[in-house]
Design a protein. Structure first.
Lengths: 265, 303
């Protein structure tokens, strides 16, 4: 019975992992489909879609918009969120519980409510919707995730390191930029990557606040009615393979670093 | 990762002596003002919009009023979609837990002896985040389509009648929601199981507890923060989702959820008060459900 149980969890989890991979593999395979107008039936293998990614109308513009929005929203959210994370761990202030509630609520609110709320606000204020309003919206929902990610890093920081800096007559500015910031950098990087990923794949909030501008997800949503061109699969597959490569490199370099540390006495 | 966001914050001990300084205000103010302006003010905008009435002169315009009847109207008109959203989300959360918990246990505990396999399995769980979720959902739609391989196979086995379709059914929508949220369920459970000290489990065995009772009384309580975070990270977005249930994806008009109705009213019909009222109904229902759930599971210090 025990032996069977051990075997069963391998099979069950293996099936679950395969299940997770099915649509990803499907998307990548169909980026090589020799499709004419719609990319539903397999018509044979080709590299054409990869070589002429921008031949589908508007897909590259949408992709460029998504990159731009992702970068700006990431910089804004990471800056604002990191500042809050430092304050939460390091300082005493009133309204602490109200602050944590304000940070928690955006994560506990369905995206459709966040999207409709911002759209109602822009409507009442008479603000035209477009890339600018998308950036404002993405920054908003990324801040909380940045705070959560960076906060753990600030909390695990040894205050003795900064004290040592002060003992050696470093100015507060020097202590921050030469000790605190470099130590926080892995957390800040993780938060920035998470923000970019959230922004890049966001559809629901974007759809309410995009006006006539198109992002990569909203391009796919609109195209879904008449058939998504294989070029969209190419872009998504390219982004996916790049991201996976980066993750694998960082995993293996971290493992290598640990091995090195273990070897040095 | 931020998947511990909803879990209790008992991990790193925060410095006992926090300083009081005006710098704190400088650090907090920009971000909090931003959230005030683009999270709280929009909620107020929703409240104002939800009470508006049609402009008597200009068609398609609305003027501020105090028409609370809007709420009654939308609930009368859209109660099926509202209930359906919560029903589908609850089912998807359950299925995601049934798939995600064993998977998290496998990666966090079974694979401990094989760190390389563990890292690889973890990358596979995170992998869906790197590819557009709309395209993944479309992939299921095409696999499930009437000419697709799955329907053909099931019809050949006579499990499915010859004229039946999968896309557009409640099954397809719950399937899509489950698929999309498995990583959100798995990762927080994994983070709590990965830290689990196996000596506790051994102690259970040493004290003559059977493996199932050790699991129920030791492993499960220690995984509770992760389960709690995972169920919230699945249920909340699933209840508001409108992609899976949309006609162009896995649903049909019979499977419309509250999100679809909000989208249609806001972006297509331009009935802003109805969309705003429904949004607030959704948000209120979720906040009530979440706070009851959080109270009952006894982990109150969120974030």
């Amino acid at each position: 019975m025990r032996g069977f149980g051990k075997y069963a969890i391998w099979v069950y989890s293996g099936m679950a992992l395969v299940f997770l991979m099915v649509p990803i593999i499907y998307t990548i395979v169909f980026s090589f489909n020799d499709s004419r107008r719609t990319n539903i039936v397999w018509r044979g293998f080709t590299f054409d879609n990869w070589l002429n990614v921008c031949s589908a109308q508007g897909v590259c513009q949408a992709f460029a918009n998504s990159i731009l929005i992702g970068l700006v929203a990431t910089v804004l959210a990471t800056t604002l969120g990191t500042m809050i994370a430092i304050a939460l761990v390091r300082y005493r202030f009133r309204f602490r519980s109200a602050t944590t509630l304000l940070l928690f609520l955006p994560m506990a609110t369905p995206e459709v409510v966040l999207g409709a709320g911002l759209a109602a606000q822009f409507l009442q204020a008479g603000v035209g919707k477009g890339i600018g309003t998308i950036i404002l919206a993405h920054t908003m929902f990324c801040i909380s995730f940045v705070v959560v990610t960076v906060r753990a890093r600030v909390a695990s920081l040894d205050p003795a390191l900064e004290e040592a800096g002060r003992d050696l007559y470093a100015s507060p500015r020097e202590v921050f930029w030469r000790i605190t910031f470099p130590l926080l950098l892995p957390g800040i990087t993780a938060a920035a990557l998470l923000s970019f990923a959230l922004s890049f794949d966001d559809f629901i909030i974007t759809n309410f606040n995009r006006g006539a501008d198109v992002t990569f997800p909203s391009y796919i949503y609109t195209a879904a009615a008449r058939g998504i061109p294989a070029e969209a699969n190419v872009i998504a597959s390219g982004v996916f393979l790049l991201a996976i490569a980066l993750v694998l490199i960082s995993q293996f370099s971290a493992a290598a670093r640990r091995r090195k540390l273990a070897l040095t006495p | 990762m931020a998947f511990g966001a909803f879990a209790t914050s008992t991990t790193a001990a925060e410095p006992a002596a926090r300083r009081k300084s005006p710098i704190a205000l400088l650090l907090l103010l920009p971000g909090l003002l931003y959230l005030g302006l683009f999270f709280l003010v929009p909620l107020v905008s929703l409240v104002i919009t939800s009470l508006q009435q049609p402009d008597p002169v200009v068609f398609g315009q609305y003027e501020n009023a105090f028409r609370w009847e809007n709420y009654v109207t939308v609930l009368q008109q859209y109660w099926p979609q509202t209930l359906r959203a919560f029903g589908y989300a609850a089912l998807a959360t359950l299925f995601a837990l049934l798939i995600g918990f064993p998977l998290a246990y496998f990666i966090g505990i079974t694979l401990r002896r094989w760190p390389l396999l563990q890292a690889l399995a973890l990358v596979l769980v995170i992998a869906p985040f790197f590819i557009s979720f709309l395209l993944r959902t479309i992939a299921w739609k095409q696999l499930f389509s009437d000419e697709g391989p799955i329907v053909g196979f099931l019809q050949a086995l006579a499990i499915l009648p010859g004229d039946a379709a999968i896309t557009g059914s409640a099954f397809a929508v719950v399937f899509g929601l489950t698929y999309n949220f498995i990583p959100f369920m798995t990762l927080p459970i994994y983070t709590s199981l990965e830290r689990l000290d196996l000596r506790y489990v051994e102690a259970g065995g040493d004290l003559y507890a059977s493996p199932p009772s050790t699991f129920l009384r030791v492993t499960l309580p220690l995984a509770a923060p992760g389960i709690m975070a995972g169920t919230l990270l699945t249920f909340i977005p699933a209840a508001g989702d409108y992609v899976n249930a949309s006609r162009e994806f896995l649903g049909s008009t019979d499977t419309a959820m509250i999100g679809n109705v909000i989208e249609a009213n806001f972006l297509v019909l331009q009935n802003f008060p109805a969309a705003a009222a429904l949004s607030l109904v959704l948000m209120a229902a979720i906040l009530i459900l979440v706070s009851v759930y959080v109270k009952r599971s006894g982990t109150e210090d969120l974030l």
